[in-house]
Design a protein around this ligand. Structure first.
Ligand code: NAD
Length: 477
């Protein structure tokens, strides 16, 4: 029998209650590996190990924590090609993008190695004579991290690194569809000298294992990235347990194309934002809001570019669009394509490809209106609605008229339009003449409304979620 990749609990590799088959969405007959599924007993053991290890980890010097994170980052960078290959096979991103994501994960660990050294506080005189006030930040204790399949190394990295930098112990539960990259990250952390119990990996179902992690009274905080539906459930669980919670959820991100846009640049930004990574990015441009004067030329040019996209095996050098992550996600996408047609859109593309694997041709829903379900609900596939608008005011109103608020964008050569849009957009991230997807790792990431709840991830602000503030009053007596 093939080797089973096991859970990491208290520094030991541990079996679980069964195994999960990790399969390649391009070649579903290819088994990438068997991954142990953790049950309630393994979760409780992981929480116990984390609780036992956390005080000593918090008591290490910032330099010791920085060293572990820097070694982890270096090792991920050194193994970026190997991790990228695994990522392309388990998730379906084209190889160069997958290597780029692995590289990003390494950079994130290096960035937070520095943050471990920069946990500053505040020293101030009290309003009372002879008293000093000292404001410091410390770790929360044991934190639970729950991650989705679409960035299977970057998201585990951007939650784990700040959590460890602050002196917390971590329980990571990655997505069932993509446990491979998280498993490699766990191996690397262990090899980099992360003490037993400080980082634990439990793999398995969200509904049982994930929920048990949320409900465990010894877990102080949950950082979750995934769908809005699950996020809402996690928020309720955390409210019941009075836990700190951070949710990063879906999007229905608008990209406005004004009559004054550079057409070529706008088409490039929309093609990338809507379809790259098979549209499986929370920041994907799923609503293209196009002013009437440029509309027909824009649609014609985007159609030409869409038709020329090379869809194929992520490991082939010229592939631009890989498969949909799973058969179930493909079925959801195809249902939305049919819905858009029923709602009256002129649908271009969107069909399943006649070949092995879960491949779908990217789709445009032309003639969409913003009140259609296909324009309001997150699809999480390579599908974008094209909504025609009269002017800037209508474009802005339509862009903001969504339950979500993760990212937004505008293509324009007008400083006035760019400035007004940047100021008035109700999204957490705004792009001018850039795709709505594609962000830096050293600045805040997050949104508003149904896209995000709680403190920002990434950059220095990420430390706010993983720390508790303590205000001490000291009198010399
Ligand atoms: P999902 O919500 O189905 O699952 C996310 C994680 O939650 C998985 O690990 C899953 O096992 C776990 N889970 C499921 N039910 C649970 C429960 N009841 N309790 C605890 N954990 C549970 O999402 P997905 O399909 O893996 O990912 C796609 C979604 O993620 C999309 O909606 C996308 O927009 C979102 N996403 C958001 C961001 C962001 O930063 N805003 C980034 C990437 C992906």
């Amino acid at each position: 029998m093939d080797k089973v990749h096991r859970n990491l609990i208290g520094g030991k590799w541990v079996d679980g209650i069964g195994v999960n088959e990790n399969r390649n969405p391009s070649l579903p007959d290819e088994l990438i590996g068997l991954y142990a599924r953790a049950g309630r007993e393994e979760l409780d053991a992981a929480v116990d190990a984390a609780r036992a290890a956390q005080p000593a980890w918090a008591a290490t010097t910032p330099q010791a924590r920085a060293d572990v994170l820097a070694r982890t980052g270096d090792a991920i960078l050194a193994r970026a090609h190997e991790i990228g290959n695994l990522l392309a096979r388990e998730e379906g991103k084209p190889l160069q993008e997958a290597i780029g994501e692995a590289h990003r994960a390494g950079q994130i660990f290096q960035f937070f190695a520095g943050e471990a050294l920069r946990m500053t506080g505040l020293k101030i005189d009290s309003v009372r004579q002879g008293v000093e006030v000292d404001v410091t930040r410390g770790p929360l204790g044991v934190v639970g991290l729950i991650t989705p399949w679409n960035f299977p190394i970057a998201i585990p990295a951007w939650k784990t690194a700040p959590a460890l930098a602050a002196g917390n112990a971590v329980i990571l539960k990655p997505a069932d569809l993509t446990p491979g990259c998280a498993h490699v990250m766990a191996q690397i952390l262990l090899e980099a000298g992360c003490p037993p119990g400080v980082f634990n990996l439990v793999m398995g179902s969200g509904a049982t294992l994930g929920q048990a992690l949320v409900d465990n009274p010894d877990v102080a905080a949950i950082s979750f990235t995934g769908s809005e539906r699950v996020g809402r459930q996690i928020a309720l669980g955390c409210a019941a347990g009075l836990k700190k919670v951070q949710l990063e959820m879906g999007g229905k991100n608008p990209m406005v194309v004004m009559d004054d846009a550079d057409l070529e640049m706008a088409v490039k930004a929309c093609l990338n934002g809507a379809f790259y990574s098979t549209g499986q990015r929370c920041t994907a441009s799923s609503r293209l809001i196009v002013q009437k004067g440029i509309h027909d030329a824009f649609v014609a040019a985007l159609e030409t570019s869409r038709g020329a996209l090379r869809i194929g095996d992520p490991l082939e050098a010229d592939t631009q669009i890989g498969p949909v992550v799973s058969e179930a996600q493909l079925a959801v996408n195809l249902d939305y394509v049919a819905l858009a047609a029923r709602e009256g859109c002129e649908v271009r593309g969107g069909e399943r490809l006649e070949r092995e694997g879960w491949f779908q041709r990217p789709a445009l829903f032309i003639g969409a209106s913003n009140d259609m379900r296909s324009s309001r609900e997150e699809i999480f596939g390579p599908c974008a609605s094209v909504i025609k608008v009269a002017d800037f005011d209508e474009a802005l109103a339509v862009a903001n008229d969504t339950p979500f608020g993760l990212s937004s964008g505008i293509c324009t050569t007008s400083l006035k339009h760019a400035t007004l849009f940047r100021r008035s957009s109700t999204a957490g991230m705004v792009m001018v003449n850039l795709p709505t997807a594609g962000v830096d790792y050293h600045v805040p990431f997050g949104g508003r409304k149904a896209s995000s709840l709680g403190q920002r991830e990434q950059g220095p602000m990420a430390m706010d979620f993983y720390t508790a503030v303590k205000t001490a009053y000291v009198s010399a007596g």
